[in-house]
Structure formats: structure tokens, C-alpha cells
Design a protein around this ligand. Sequence first.
Ligand code: ADP
Ligand code: ADP
Ligand code: ZN
Length: 207
Amino acid sequence: MGKRILLLGAPGAGKGTQSKQLAEKYDIEHVTTGDALRANKDMETEYGTPRSFMEKGELVPDAVVNEIVRAALEDADGYVLDGYPRNLSQAEYLTEITDLDAVLYLKVAESELVERLTGRRVCSECGTNFHVKFNQPEEEGVCDECGSELAQRDDDTEETVRERLSVFEENTAPVIEHYRDEGVLVEIDGEQTPDEVFDDIAATIES
Ligand code: ADP
Ligand code: ADP
Ligand code: ZN
């Protein structure tokens, strides 16, 4: 059975960057509600489209994301879960549907998060993350992995970033405290270089 890893952290903490590498190293699925929702932005649900919530930086309703995660975990032999749970009710649902082998929290200061998110650039084809300062592609605006064009996410503007960080404080910080109270949370210093962060995560998973 593959490892079941939960990666928690604020928007911009480096969850996507680390998850991609973890999925490769441990041969597990990268399950990310953010990517799944972006691929289905205009899907009609009884609550409206995911887009209507995402462009404001608000959470998409639990029923929609819970179902995405349930279906993805059912099919996975080991996974790194990124972007979920984002509130206590999602955390409760997750406990009902799976066990976890590791719960990691990537800790990064708020001022650093704003700079990371507003400078983030994402490949429009393969989804690889870059940063205009911290993780520059070899050629400006072009993906190193596949040569496609890089774009800024609609919700990576300063105003929406501030809203997302406040949604994180209100809804997701209690999730982190919940796992801390259970004694299973391992905190990782997310302000190191990506390689250093990865080494700390791998050491935790293997210990
Ligand atoms: P980031 O990587 O910056 O944290 P994500 O790609 O994970 O952002 O999420 C982008 C948006 O998708 C969120 O602002 C929210 O609107 C929606 N979203 C993603 N995951 C969830 C979730 N678990 N619950 C509710 N909404 C979510
Ligand atoms: P999340 O999925 O948690 O929102 P990302 O992995 O997309 O975070 O990272 C957000 C931005 O910060 C991206 O532009 C990424 O290239 C950059 N980044 C990721 N990890 C680091 C790091 N350790 N140091 C500096 N910048 C980073
Ligand atoms: Zn690409």
C-alpha cells in the first residue's frame, strides 16, 4: 500500500511544488482540489459554478469538494493530498473516508506568502509552478518542462490573495490546530529552499 500523506499550509506555502515531487518519489497520486476545481470551473452545481467562489477567493461548498476527494482517494494506491481539508467539516469528512500515514504543515510567514502568490506563474499546459523571482524559468514566460506559455492565475492578484489568506486564518488554521491537538502534526519550516523543504518532508515520512 502506498503512503497516504496530508500536506497542510496556507495558500503559497509550497504545497503544489512539494506535492509534485513527493508524488514522483513515492509513486503516489497527487490529489489536489485546487487543480480539480480549476479543470471544472464552469461545472453547474446546485450552489453555482466553482468559478463564482474561486474568483472571489472564497471556499467552494463542502459538498462539491468532498465528492471530488472521495472519488480521487477511492482510486488511489497512496496519495499526497494538497488543498484539502480547508475547514473542520472537511477534516471530519476526511477522517470518515481514510486513514493517514503522515500529516505535515508547511509553515511560512504571511508577508512571504503574499510575495510568493503575487509572483507565481503557472504553466497553462502542464501546471508546473514558477516564480518571477524565487523560481525563474530558463526563458521568461516559457515552461521549462514542456515549452508552453506561463500565466498568472486569476486569483493571484494582491486583493484576492489578501482575501484567501483571511479565509485561511478563519477556516483552515483551526484544521491545523485540530491535527496538532491529536498529536499527529509535524511542522516543517517552509521558508527554506524548495530542496531543503523536500528533504525535511522526506525525512519525516521515512521516520
Ligand atoms: P493555493 O494553492 O493558492 O492554496 P488552491 O489551488 O488550493 O490555491 O485553491 C484555489 C481555490 O480553489 C481556493 O481559493 C478555493 O476557492 C478553491 N478550493 C480549493 N480547495 C478547496 C477546498 N478544499 N475547499 C473549498 N474550496 C477549495
Ligand atoms: P501552494 O500550492 O501552497 O499554494 P506553490 O507550490 O504553488 O504553493 O508555491 C507558491 C509560489 O511560491 C510559486 O510561485 C512557487 O514557485 C514559489 N515557491 C514554492 N516553494 C518555495 C520556496 N521554498 N521558496 C521560495 N518560493 C517558493
Ligand atoms: Zn509546462
